[in-house]
Design a protein around this ligand. Structure first.
Ligand code: IMP
Length: 205
């Protein structure tokens, strides 16, 4: 079977590592490294689909090859769905993962860690742009809650304060990477994307 080669449009090394691991079992997809000379794409879209599209399109145009992007947001019910599409810069432009976690816990400090007030979900949109302008995307979600304190050293971003409902109370940062991928937003989005791509007519590859 011929494999569909996709240029990785994400510049975030943590996301690159996860996407590579999730798709490593796919026999129909091959990932190509993001050319270092392509500038980072500004995420000016209002939705995850728009931002993923901006990134994938930029790398597709730069390389002439199909490109795949991931855009992810954390929605916290008590914050009206924030940080959402602004998850990367919740604590301001150039914020670190730790800055964003501190800001999130600060905003939730007044709320009890029970009764659903700390309910949250991660959503990932995984999107491919083809050189002919066609686009295909899939979404993955995971429901959970924001913990009172950071726990664990694995993962990245908000992982130390996100405990998925499907687990045993541990945060993503306390799980093995395989456990995270089995139920994570990114695992679900990329497995769904691989399925949609595998079912496409081959003349689109
Ligand atoms: P992006 O806009 O898709 O690059 O990601 C937004 C932000 O969400 C990142 O900077 C991280 O802080 C956070 N994030 C993305 N994916 C994950 C994840 O799998 N776990 C925890 N945080 C994540």
């Amino acid at each position: 079977m011929s494999r569909l080669a996709l240029v990785l449009a994400t510049a975030n090394p943590d996301k690159v590592a996860e996407i590579t691991a999730i798709l490593s079992t796919s026999e129909s997809l091959e990932l190509l490294a993001r050319p270092a000379e392509v500038e980072e794409v500004e995420e000016t879209g209002a939705t995850l689909v728009e931002n993923a599209g901006l990134k994938a399109r930029a790398l597709c145009v730069a390389t002439g090859k199909a490109a795949v992007a991931d855009d992810t947001g954390l929605e916290v019910d008590a914050l009206g769905g924030a940080p959402g599409v602004y998850s990367a810069r919740f604590a301001g432009e150039g914020a670190t993962y730790a800055d964003n976690v501190v800001k999130l816990l600060g905003e939730l400090a007044a709320l009890a860690d029970e009764g659903g007030e700390r309910r949250a979900r991660f959503t990932t949109v995984a999107l491919v742009t083809f050189p002919d302008g066609q686009e295909v995307w899939a979404q993955g979600n995971v429901e959970g809650r924001i913990t009172a304190e950071p726990r664990g050293t694995g993962g990245f971003g908000y992982d130390p304060v996100f405990a998925p409902d499907e687990g045993d109370g541990r945060t993503f940062a306390e799980m093995s990477i395989e456990e995270k991928h089995a139920c994570s937003h990114r695992g679900r989005a990329f497995r769904a994307l691989a399925k949609v791509l595998a079912e496409r007519p081959t003349d689109r590859m």
